[in-house]
Design a binder for this molecule. Sequence first.
Ligand SMILES: [Zn+2]
Length: 339
Amino acid sequence: MDNSLTFCQMPLDRASTLRKNGLWLQDKRTSEDSHFYFFWRGKFLYFEQEICIFSQKSTVGLNDNIFNKKLFTDVLDNSPVTFLGTNNNHNEEAHFVCNLSPMNEIEIKQWLVNLAIEDIKFIDFRRSISLLNHQQAAVLSYAKALIHWQQSALFCGCCGGKTQAMDGGHRRICVNESCQKQHFPRTDPAVIMLVEYQPQSGPAVCLLAEHHRTPEQVFSTLAGFVDPGESLEEAVTREVFEEAGIEVSNVCYIDSQPWPFPNSLMIGFITQAQSMNLCLEEAELRSAGWFTAQQLAEFNEWGDEVDGPKLPRKESISRLLIDLWCERQLSATADLISE
Ligand SMILES: [Zn+2]
């Protein structure tokens, strides 16, 4: 399936072999062609509603301001910088993200004041997705997930010793000589599934639920993390039974999406229910119900300030599964009418 989902259109070559070469990496790190994003505690730096990318050559709003440039290079020299990849279209420009999170609130505010650039600010990643195109969203979600992993791997899980970043921030190694365990970025696989049911007569229905973790009246597909020692199909079957008391068959893969909140990979399926008798896990779900494609067409959008059921966020794979299922139902109905 051609994946047009948000976070799925990575424009960079991750250069996973080249980034192991310290000399090459150092050369890119100091090259005036290299691009740097700035991250602080879940937020990226923006200038006039556009993602701010610093390079020695040109940076939005900073072209001729040597003083400002030094403020950027100073933080680059004193903060963790992670290599993201190269842009094949432009002379192998390297892209990096600089993590300013070790700076406290007063320090970061002072740095912004010192920059003296109007309308430069940090914006929460999730709230800024609408300001990004798909490629930018993919790069920043990758950067955010990597930084999240690095911050959770500062100490070795085996001996408790400190770890040190390697390969441009894609590997960490325990500095305890008697341990030296290597740590690699983690991604948590999660299954997300649309459960459909075809009654003896009448249109097919799908199961959507209000989750406690989302605002009231937002109906989305079921989802859950994959357990150790479990296949994806087993995870789908188990999660649907645990959350809704429904047995399913024909687990069919549809699409996947990295989900950097904080570091999941959502793997999407459509599966068929054996019955419609729900038994909800109340700790997870506020409510659940079966809906036809026609009913879903009447739902409001996420964020609409109106009373009534709403669909999940447009950028989510849950929404892709719902839209795809509705499309299939409506085209099946059209085929029936034309026969
Ligand atoms: Zn260790």
